[in-house]
Design a protein around this ligand. Structure first.
Ligand code: SF4
Length: 101
């Protein structure tokens, strides 16, 4: 089977539905810090489109980065993609758990 055929059914599932398949055991504090000064100076950060969970949003009004840390999938891409992001292991007992799979 071609990889495109394999991935086709996944493209039909919306992001909120896909995020629902992951259970997070995070604490209430964000485990992700963004250097807002540097983000304001350079808002076209790769993390805003690379993060698979859309954790980083650009607020057009304030020019700041909104961090939806509770959606994080712990993939580590932001640590590679941006030096303006500091990611630490989340508070809580066990991080993410896949509900299915
Ligand atoms: S670890 Fe992955 S899912 Fe979490 S914020 Fe970084 S890029 Fe997004």
């Amino acid at each position: 089977m071609d990889i495109k055929d394999f991935l086709k059914p996944l493209k039909k599932i919306s992001l909120p539905d896909r995020l629902f398949l992951v259970q997070r055991n995070f604490g209430k504090r964000s485990h992700i810090q963004v250097n807002q000064q540097q983000f304001k100076a350079d808002p076209k950060q790769p993390v805003t489109f690379l993060c698979p969970a859309k954790v980083y949003e650009h607020n057009e009004a304030t020019r700041e980065c909104i961090v939806n840390f509770e959606n994080c999938l712990e993939c580590g891409a932001c640590q590679v993609a941006s030096r303006y992001v500091v990611w630490k292991n989340p508070d809580g007992r066990s991080g993410i758990t896949l509900k299915y799979g």
